[in-house]
Design a protein around this ligand. Structure first.
Ligand code: IMP
Ligand code: MG
Length: 182
């Protein structure tokens, strides 16, 4: 495991998923996507900032031709509590009506972010639309929303690392860890 600075380690309760575990799940997901969309126009749409590392690794585990695009949504302000409102701060430029779209997200918590994004993208008539999330916290849902695939399902923990932040920090941890405020 890579060396991590002691300033980051002090708020880490424990590692939930190691680099190796994440890598294996992503390889499997990449294979599934490659088989499912073989011969079809595929667009991977990732939600910034949290999903940037997941997208970078997942798109390289996809072996078929595909395009990549990024959206930016804000639903979390500083700290660990959701503010309840979803704003799209950066949209994709593509006309998605000629694509099978796979949304690549870091985590589903209340479900508000993805419910809003899916509703928006569906209006643009993609050939199909599915959601792949790295992490899922089903116990926290406030809107009825489910991913087509979740690589890891977790209890109500606040997690950081592998793209996920707390107050914009910890995104660069190579693993996924439970965060503790103490
Ligand atoms: P939702 O709209 O409540 O489902 O929240 C989704 C967004 O909240 C995610 O894309 C993350 O950016 C953020 N989020 C939710 N739970 C966590 C967590 O445990 N750690 C870090 N970010 C989180
Ligand atoms: Mg996110």
């Amino acid at each position: 495991m890579s060396a991590v600075h002691s300033d980051m380690k002090s708020n880490i309760k424990r590692v939930l998923f190691t680099e190796q575990e994440i890598k294996e799940k992503i390889a499997e997901t990449g294979r599934e996507i490659s088989e499912k969309y073989d011969g079809k126009p595929l667009l991977l749409v990732s939600i910034l900032n949290g999903a940037f590392i997941f997208m970078a690794d997942l798109c390289r585990a996809v072996t078929i031709p595909c395009e990549i695009a990024f959206m930016c949504a804000k639903s979390y302000y500083a700290g660990t509590e959701s503010c309840g409102e979803v704003t799209i701060t950066k949209d994709i430029a593509q006309d998605i009506s000629g694509f099978h779209v796979v949304i690549v997200e870091d985590i589903i918590d209340t479900g508000r972010t993805l419910a809003a994004i899916v509703e928006l993208l569906k209006k643009r008539s993609p050939l199909s639309l599915e959601v792949v999330t790295l992490l899922d916290k089903p116990s926290r849902r406030v809107v009825d929303f489910n991913a087509d695939k979740a690589l890891f399902t977790i209890p109500d923990y606040f997690v950081v690392g592998y793209g996920l932040d707390c107050g914009e920090k910890y995104r660069n941890l190579p693993y996924i860890a439970e965060y503790s405020a103490e």
